[in-house]
Design a protein. Sequence first.
Length: 117
Amino acid sequence: MSLAVGLVAVLTTMNLRGVRESGVEESVAPARVFTMVVVPRMDAATMRALGYARALRADHVEAVTVANDREDAQDLLRRWDTSSINVPLKVLDSPYRELTRPITAYVRSLVRKSPRD
């Protein structure tokens, strides 16, 4: 046990020395923490994911859904608004039924707006 503690202490010291020599700040924390939950539909898994996101105590929690079908998206928004969920739901359009590109584009736009988050 003491060998493991000693090894962690040595590695920590080496890491701190390397950070100091590199000229990089030791602690670069984000200005705010943003948590995003991708929501395909309102179900128990979505509710658990939102609960977990809130438990992280992020500065901002947002739900995002990708709309392949406008009617389904409107239905989800209606159900979302009438529920007791106080997390905003952002609808991203995807006319070509893609999931990754709209989410990636949205995350990049958030980073451009606020690069330190």
